[in-house]
Each structure stands twice: as C-alpha cells, then as structure tokens.
Design a protein. Structure first.
Lengths: 114, 113
C-alpha cells in the first residue's frame, strides 16, 4: 500500500459526459502528479501540482483540468469525453517538487467511455 | 526533450534464469534515471534509481541497474528471477528544472515455471 488513495476505482460513462477523479496523497507529500496509461500511448504525464499550485504540465488536453485543494487532495476533471479517453488514470505523490523525488503511485482509476 | 526507449515490450524467461530489461534515454545532460515496477492490478512502485555517484544501483529484491553515460543506457538486470517478479517494468528519466519525468512504454516480464 503506497498511502495514495484514488476514487473511484472504476468509472463507466458515455461520450460527451464529464467525470471527476479524486486523489489523496500520502501524508506529508506536497506534490501530486496525474498520469494517463493506455495500451497505445503508454504512461503519459498529464500535470503536476505542488502545494496547491500548478508546477508542470505535460500532454494534458484542454478538455481536462485539475486542481489541488488546501488539504492537498487533488481532482482531475475530464469533460466532453471521447472513446479515446478510456484509460487507467494514476495519481502519484511525492514529498518535494523536484524530478529526483520518488513518486508514490495510487492504484488508479479505470475509466471506460462507451 | 528527453525520451526513453524500452526496446522489448515483452520478455518471457524461465524461473531461476537471468534477465536483462533494456532502457535507453536520449539525453545525458544532468539525467536522473528510475526503474518502476507495476504488479498486476496495482500502481507503479519505485524499484531503484540513479541520481549520482556509483553507476551501479541495486534494489532490495535482487535487481540492479547500471548507468552507462557513453551508451545512454540504464539496463535492469537480475541474475535469477522468481515467479513473483512477473510484472511490467518501466524505465523513466528526469532532468533538472520543471520538465516532467518521462516514462518508457514498459516491458512486460513473464517468468515461466
């Protein structure tokens, strides 16, 4: 158990809909990262927050947005969903903001868009 | 931009045989290298990492990786694998600044009894 929790575990929805994925980092960790894992694209970095502020941005679509709240939990919002958004979404956390920090991954949320 | 290549998508190997999972990265300037492992139905977890110093790094469960700057490689090896090593292994590279950690596409290691 990494100490990172993600809800829900599974999500099935229809095209055009909007969903929110939630992540609680390990106690004491200030950074939260979001990744998308799919068979064709592999593991893609989406976005990082550090202590409430956006720190780094990766291949995140404009239809996707995220935020980190004062209690450090984070939410990833996916809107106008398309079939291609079906994937496993991971949240990870680390104590610091840097690239050398070990990232602790949650168990993931499997999103299926029908 | 940094890129990471894992040359083998799947590696089947018999139990107690040695294994090498290959990883190459694109830039050798101030690079930090990681191997993460993903067991079935779980998230990724750190296996080992190279930040600086000795080019050979080891994990607690018998894996080791060697940083080779001239060949821009960070191959993962284990002299004798167990069934429990069956998993997907991801190589990742990071550098200084705000650039995100870049992951390879993963290598699925299947250990056969």
């Amino acid at each position: 158990d990494s100490g990172v929790t993600q809800t829900p575990k599974h999500l099935i929805t229809a095209t055009g809909q909007r969903v929110t994925l939630r992540c609680s980092p390990r106690s004491g960790d200030l950074s939260v990262y979001w990744y998308q894992q799919s068979l064709d694209q592999g593991l893609q970095f989406l976005i990082q927050y550090y202590n409430g502020e956006e720190r780094a941005k990766g291949n995140i679509l404009e239809r996707f947005s995220a935020q980190q709240f004062p209690d450090l939990h984070s939410e990833l919002n996916l809107s106008s969903l398309e079939l291609g958004d079906s994937a496993l979404y991971f949240c990870a956390s680390s104590v610091g903001r840097g690239r050398i920090d070990t990232q602790y991954f949650g168990p993931g949320t499997r999103l299926t868009v029908l | 931009a940094q890129s990471v290549t894992q040359l083998d998508s799947q590696v089947p190997v018999f139990e107690e045989a040695p294994v090498e999972l290959r990883c190459n990265y694109s830039s050798s300037v101030s690079v930090y290298l990681f191997w993460y492992v993903q067991y079935p139905n779980q998230g990724l977890q750190l296996l080992l990492k190279y930040l600086s110093g000795s080019t050979l790094v080891e994990s607690i469960n018998g894996f080791e990786a060697e940083f080779n700057k001239s060949q821009t490689s960070f191959h993962l090896r284990k002299p004798s694998v167990h069934i429990s090593d069956t998993a997907e292994y991801f190589c990742a590279a990071g550098s200084t600044g705000n650039t995100p950690l870049v992951f390879g596409k993963g290598t699925r290691l299947s250990v056969i009894a």
